[in-house]
Ligand binder design. Structure first.
Ligand SMILES: *[C@@H]1O[C@H](CO)[C@@H](O)[C@H](O)[C@H]1NC(C)=O
Ligand SMILES: *[C@@H]1O[C@H](CO)[C@@H](O)[C@H](O)[C@H]1NC(C)=O
Ligand SMILES: *[C@@H]1O[C@H](CO)[C@@H](O)[C@H](O)[C@H]1NC(C)=O
Ligand SMILES: *[C@@H]1O[C@H](CO)[C@@H](O)[C@H](O)[C@H]1NC(C)=O
Ligand SMILES: *[C@@H]1O[C@H](CO)[C@@H](O)[C@H](O)[C@H]1NC(C)=O
Ligand SMILES: *[C@@H]1O[C@H](CO)[C@@H](O)[C@H](O)[C@H]1NC(C)=O
Ligand SMILES: *[C@@H]1O[C@H](CO)[C@@H](O)[C@H](O)[C@H]1NC(C)=O
Length: 614
């Protein structure tokens, strides 16, 4: 819509064809006026930054349509012409700017090449929209395009693209539409809560004082199934970017409350942002004391064993990282009877020289656990083929069992090598392993450039048999952002993870074929959320999720924090016989509740469980 107005810019009355800011934004993702040079007469300057200034026009009577806009300029001369509170007229080019070379990032509607800037009046009031009061983000879905039974986690993904569909915004229903409908708008967030550590640019994922779902006891939001039974990836979150005045955001930890911010909504680097006018302050902090697990083995009850699982983030014998891990195992996990460890590197860590043995890494770890007051452990692992299992090049990460020989003994057998497949042998009623320990189907294409599961058979103090599967599935690296163009977002490696879970399920089935009541614990870093149900579809009919057995609330089921959500990548599954006996479990947030990003020892939190084998 264009309108003809009488402008009193000059002493004589000139007829100028004028455009409204709301006309530029429109009610869809893309501007109806892209590529057009327009005159604006109703622009109130609301904020200034190094990349231009923000204006607000008259509000539309339509929450789909933003009345805010970035006027892009890096010219100090142009920037010096305007001040916050000025009403100006100007001419500019409407553009859809893609802020980086990544084609999955959305474009930003903005005005470029501003000219003819005339200040009409100064010191006008600037009134932000107060989020949580004037309007609030939806809490369930990101985009109407995330179709499929698993919502934003559905496969196949990238079935459509925001850019191409250019949908009419539905800000009451979809999180991306909500933030898009505020493009360039000045907003206030009351009482922001940090839901992640700052990223490397000092940017902070946060929620404000508005309704949220999936909130955990620390204040973060956990990926859960929504009331509609569809995965909820928490679209009500937003990232607080670099402050416009050049100040630095504080070094936050998860759960810290910040002072109110006022800033502008924008899109960059694959996410909707609020760029605050100035950095907020930390108003309150949660406690950083971590209670050690309450789940210790009960010496009088031979049927009970304690199980730990911990991704120790590229642990090598070099440096102090290994001592920090050992300290966690001794003092926070309190020396579980058996610990499933992932990401143990070879003896010279990432040095890429053909070394694959982790004997020194493990002897160093075991000594450090003892030195930290923990129990005496022995270890079991199988060296991979050099550089065949992915991860940091030359690090040769693998899974390892630490076990206390007084509590569990490894059943005598022949240890497998990297490429030997373990078979289920034995008789009906007493399955056994052809190799102990062994690796599941290591030459299966599902395990290419990925860690092969480490299987072992144990005899417990009670004389019962326990099978364990320690795994670390292929990672999500290279996935598209949660607020990117591809819908549902590209979840990299999802097909390979699905095949890997299938191989684990097939192996468990072979054990069950000989003993339906077998004790099996399958644990580790699955690199996937259980809400991505299609990935686990082959396994969930066979094994039970420990968190569900132990009755952990879904919002407290997390071991990892990435971008805007707390999420569980590390799962423990129990066989039906074990699940039927009940279990207790605790995710110990010793890393995600750290006082700072730098204070974390690993990117994953460990888990401790107490389970029954008889
Ligand atoms: C913008 O206004 C100027 C006069 O200030 C006029 O010359 C020009 O044609 C107008 N442009 C548009 C696109 O209306
Ligand atoms: C996007 O949709 C709006 C509203 O229907 C339309 O005006 C605009 O031209 C569309 N842009 C593109 C690139 O499809
Ligand atoms: C705004 O829209 C609502 C309904 O959509 C209508 O009732 C109201 O009269 C409109 N107000 C103005 C000022 O146009
Ligand atoms: C998504 O699909 C589109 C259309 O096929 C393609 O151009 C684009 O590269 C894909 N994006 C990703 C991240 O794979
Ligand atoms: C979210 O999307 C799903 C379809 O994927 C739909 O069934 C559900 O009603 C939506 N929830 C809300 C709150 O809009
Ligand atoms: C396992 O082998 C060791 C010797 O390697 C032997 O002492 C022990 O008795 C064996 N245990 C069983 C249960 O066969
Ligand atoms: C043994 O484990 C079960 C299941 O976790 C638990 O209910 C029980 O209290 C434990 N017994 C002892 C003596 O710790």
């Amino acid at each position: 819509m264009k309108r003809l107005i009488f402008s009193l810019l000059a002493s004589s009355i000139t007829l100028v064809s004028s455009t409204l800011v709301t006309d530029i934004n429109g009610f869809a993702y893309k501007s109806p006026l892209v590529g057009k040079t327009v005159n604006l007469t109703d622009a109130l300057v609301t904020a200034k930054g190094s990349e231009g200034f923000y204006i607000a026009g008259a509000a539309a009577n339509d929450t789909r349509v933003s009345s805010g806009l970035l006027v892009f300029t890096t010219s100090a001369t142009v920037l010096s012409k305007v001040a916050v509170g000025d009403i100006i007229t100007l001419t500019g080019l409407v553009a859809e700017f893609r802020p980086s070379a990544d084609p999955d990032f959305l474009t930003l509607t903005e005005l470029e090449s501003p000219t003819n800037i005339v200040v009409v009046s100064t010191n006008n009031p600037v009134t932000p929209i107060v989020l949580g009061r004037d309007r609030s983000p939806p809490t369930e879905n990101f985009s109407a395009l995330d179709v499929g039974p698993d919502g934003f986690l559905s496969v196949p993904n990238n079935q459509s693209q925001i850019d191409t569909v250019n949908a009419t915004l539905l800000p009451e229903s979809f999180g991306m539409d909500f933030w898009e409908s505020l493009n360039g708008q000045l907003v206030t967030v009351l009482r922001p809560v940090a839901i992640n550590f700052p990223n490397s640019f000092g940017e902070i994922w946060a929620i404000g004082d508005w309704p949220v779902t999936g909130q955990n006891s620390r204040g973060g939001l956990t990926i859960i199934l929504g009331p509609d039974g569809i995965p909820d990836g928490q679209p009500e979150t937003v990232i607080i970017g670099e402050p416009l005045d050049g100040t630095d955001n504080p070094e936050v930890a998860i759960g810290m409350v910040l002072s109110d911010i006022t800033g502008v909504v924008t899109y960059q680097f694959g996410f909707y942002y609020i760029l605050p006018l100035t950095a907020p302050a930390i108003v309150s902090s949660p406690s950083f004391d971590i209670a050690p697990t309450s789940l210790v083995s009960a010496p009088g009850d031979l049927c009970n064993i304690t199980v730990g699982s911990y991704n120790v983030d590229n642990m090598s014998p070099q440096g102090t990282h290994i001592d920090d891990i050992a300290n966690h195992i001794a003092t926070v996990l309190r020396s579980p009877d058996i610990v499933f460890i992932q990401e143990v590197q070879d003896n010279d860590g990432p040095t890429d020289d053909g070394v694959v043995s982790a004997s020194l890494t493990l002897s160093t770890l075991i000594a450090a656990i003892k030195a930290a007051g923990g129990q005496a452990y022995e270890s079991v692992n199988i060296d991979p083929v050099d550089k065949a299992d992915g991860g940091q090049p030359g690090g040769n990460i693998r899974q390892v069992y630490l076990y206390q020989p007084e509590r569990l003994s490894l059943v005598n057998g022949t240890a497998g090598t990297a490429l030997e497949a373990v078979e289920v042998i034995g008789t009906d009623g007493s399955p056994a392993l052809s190799l102990n320990p062994g690796r599941i189907d290591p030459t299966n294409a599902a395990w290419q450039d990925s860690r092969k599961p480490l299987v072992a058979q144990w005899t417990t103090l009670s004389g019962d048999t326990l099978f364990t599967i320690n795994l670390h599935l292929t990672a999500k690296d290279g996935s598209t952002t949660i607020q990117g163009n591809a819908r549902p977002p590209v979840n990299l490696g999802v097909a390979q993870r699905t095949s890997q879970v299938g191989a684990v399920a097939a192996f468990a089935s072979e054990i069950f074929a000989k003993d339906a009541d077998a004790n099996i614990v399958a644990a580790g870093d699955w690199n996937e959320f259980l809400q991505a149900r299609s990935v686990f579809a082959s396994l969930t009919p066979l094994l039970s999720d420990l968190d569900a057995v132990a009755g952990i609330s879904p919002v407290e089921s997390y071991t990892y924090v990435f971008d805007n959500t707390a999420e569980e990548l590390d799962h423990v599954f129990l066989s039906p016989a074990m699940a039927a006996r009940g279990a207790e479990a605790e995710h110990i947030h010793v890393n995600n509740w750290a006082p700072s990003f730098a204070a974390r020892v690993s990117d994953h939190d460990p888990t401790v469980a107490r389970v029954r084998v008889c």
